[in-house]
Design a protein around this ligand. Structure first.
Ligand code: C2E
Ligand code: CA
Ligand code: CA
Length: 273
């Protein structure tokens, strides 16, 4: 029976569960790697101009039999802190490039897949060789790969990151700044790093139709990106009005639940092939 007591104890056990997940994250990540509890899902991105599918953003999922689904917002920062992101990041890159190869083989020829990378991965691994070795082995065109890094991550190790970016861009891999506008270095980093595009953070998109300041910030970001010759993706679009406004502002690419939620490789293949 759903009495206030049972609700209370359900809530209590949820809290206990949540705090034990946090306490155990290192073990959970280790066990998830051993037991293959990780998987990748892919969220579609669309051209604002003609509504065509442009590609996907790869997002990690973790389902543990004991704890259920663990959010990447908890998992990734912990893995960065513990150093586990190095092994996990390697797995992500391999899985995504294998799936990209399969998408291409099934006829989704012109897609670009975005991989989220962490500053820890760039500073502590040879991510350039990791990706380029797989690209060669799998015979994947580099124009199909985009790396996303948040602006906060960019400023952690600017010299190393700029060098790695440069190497990737020379090979044709695009570099994008994620969550643009939420960090502390938005403008100065655009001078320091040559990036191909920006993703406007969902928090600005949320208020674009209802909050004057958010509208003004979004239009300024789009205008600036256009003048600098960068592409711009708006993420987290949840309704038609947001989509229309961003389209009118001149945003190039749209991503959000309105247009498509993250889904498995197989579901995306069924839908977009
Ligand atoms: P992000 O890179 O900003 O990814 C976008 C997040 O917004 C995803 O959450 C996506 O599912 C969600 N999203 C997209 N459209 C909508 C929408 O219309 N409404 C709402 N409410 N949400 C939307 P997710 O998958 O939970 O990932 C959260 C964060 O975890 C990511 O934010 C990224 O920072 C990190 N992350 C996820 N996968 C990876 C990965 O493979 N590697 C790394 N390094 N980080 C990852
Ligand atoms: Ca991202
Ligand atoms: Ca983002």
């Amino acid at each position: 029976m759903n009495t206030p007591e049972s609700q209370g104890s359900a809530l209590k056990s949820e809290c206990v569960n949540a705090s034990s997940v946090l306490d155990n994250l290192t073990n959970i990540i280790d066990s998830a790697m051993k037991n293959q509890y990780f998987s990748m899902v892919y969220q579609p991105l669309f051209s604002m101009q003609n509504s065509k599918l442009i590609g996907f953003e790869a997002l990690i999922r973790c389902h543990c039999p004991q704890f259920g689904n663990i959010s990447p917002d908890k998992l990734i920062p912990h893995a960065e802190e513990s150093g586990q992101i190095i092994e996990l990041g390697e797995w992500i890159i391999q899985q995504v490039l294998l799936d990209l190869k399969r998408f291409l083989q099934y006829g989704l020829k012109d897609i670009v897949i975005s991989i989220n990378v962490s500053a820890v991965q760039i500073a502590n691994t040879d991510i350039f060789n990791q990706i380029m070795t797989l690209v060669e082995r799998l015979d994947i065109p580099t124009r199909c790969i985009k790396l996303e890094l948040t602006e906060t991550a960019l400023i952690q190790n600017p010299k190393v990151i700029a060098k790695v970016f440069d190497a990737f861009q020379k090979e044709g891999v695009q570099i994008w700044v994620d969550d643009f506008g939420t960090g502390f270095a938005s403008l100065s980093l655009l001078r320091e790093f040559k990036v191909n595009g920006l993703k406007i953070d969902k928090s600005f998109v949320d208020g674009i139709a209802t909050c004057n300041d958010d509208f003004t910030l979004c239009s300024a970001i789009v205008a600036m990106a256009q003048r600098l010759g960068m592409h711009i993706v708006a993420e987290g679009i949840e309704d038609e009005v947001q989509l229309q406004i961003l389209n009118q502002l001149g945003c190039d690419t749209a991503q959000g639940y309105l247009l498509g939620r993250p889904a498995t490789f197989e579901d995306n293949l069924k839908r977009w092939r």
